[in-house]
Design a protein around this ligand. Structure first.
Ligand SMILES: C[S@@+](CC[C@H](N)C(=O)[O-])C[C@H]1O[C@@H](n2cnc3c(N)ncnc32)[C@H](O)[C@@H]1O
Length: 281
């Protein structure tokens, strides 16, 4: 996909990610307490997983619209939704979040997940989301609150605190692919400020936690292994690690190694996904 939706710019492979985070997303949906019959917008929908989940909770009279600028993302969404019993109530649209092809006051909520960080002017994007939300409705922005971590401080191999060095490498790499074009002066404030600057009221945040100890399901194992393996597979990320850390990651991801990640019983998986919510006056 184009750099705006390099699947790898998502925290991890989107479908795998959504399977692992399904219980967390169920909690989010319960907390949002959407009324039956609501019309929701999933802006920057990617593979469309959340559009399907939203539409499932708003009942047979509810409706979802899922928009993405990337035709390949929409193709994936089409394939994903083909397996959903709610597919006929989700309309897919190709378009730009900055110029939404919808009337004013059409939705509640307008949801944008892991999208605004790709847009150089996130306030303009949030303003556009606000425009299409009905009075009293909500703009909801999902972003990473606390990045995934699972490794103990001392692994018995390499320098302690590999997890933080992996995170630093990831952040440095992510900063290079964050925008499709170079941006002179990125908006320098956090997500609650974005919503306030876009004119939303009563801005609030709630973080939802994934917390796991072994043993893991096969999907969780695949997800956890991928989250480490990608530092070897992605040359740009690998180049940002010390050779000693590359060796440690190699050992962690080798099933034949005594340091194999999935043989450890001391992993503690922790990740926080934050929902920033603003109300439209
Ligand atoms: C990291 S993916 C997130 C996908 C999905 N929302 C999720 O949570 O898994 C970001 C998505 O936003 C889309 N996107 C980025 N900028 C956009 C824009 N200006 N208008 C519409 N879609 C956009 C990309 O094409 C991509 O599919």
């Amino acid at each position: 996909m184009a750099s705006q939706h390099d699947a790898s710019s998502s925290p991890l492979q989107p479908e795998l990610y959504d399977q692992v985070f399904a219980p967390v997303e169920a909690e989010m949906l319960a907390w949002l307490d959407l009324p039956p019959g609501a019309r929701i917008l999933d802006a920057g929908c990617g593979p469309g997983v959340m559009a399907a989940r939203f539409t499932a909770v708003v009942g047979p009279s509810g409706q979802g619209d899922a928009l993405d600028q990337n035709p390949q993302a929409l193709e994936r969404a089409r394939e994903y939704l083909a397996g959903s019993p709610h597919a006929e109530r989700v309309q897919l649209h190709q378009g730009d979040l900055l110029r939404l092809p919808f009337d004013d006051e059409s939705f509640d909520p307008a949801w944008a997940s892991f999208v605004l960080h790709h847009i150089p002017d996130p306030v303009a994007a949030a303003r556009e989301l606000r425009r299409v939300v009905r009075p009293g409705g909500r703009v909801v922005v999902r972003e990473t609150g606390v990045p995934l971590r699972m490794l103990p401080f001392d692994l018995g191999i390499g320098e302690p605190d590999l997890q933080d060095r992996l995170r630093v490498a990831h952040n440095r790499w992510f900063n290079t692919i964050r925008y499709a074009e170079p941006v002179d002066a990125p908006y320098p404030f956090g997500w609650s400020q974005v919503l306030r600057d876009a004119g939303c009221q009563g801005v609030t945040v709630r973080t939802f936690w994934l917390e796991l100890l072994p043993s893991f399901t096969a999907v969780q194992e695949q997800f956890l292994l991928d989250s480490v393996q990608r530092h070897l597979d992605k040359p740009e990320l690998r180049a940002l690690l010390d050779p000693a850390d590359v060796e440690t990651v190699t050992q962690l991801t080798d099933p034949a190694s005594p340091y194999y990640l999935l043989a450890r019983l001391d992993l503690h998986v922790l990740a926080g996904l934050s929902l920033y919510v603003g109300t439209v006056g």
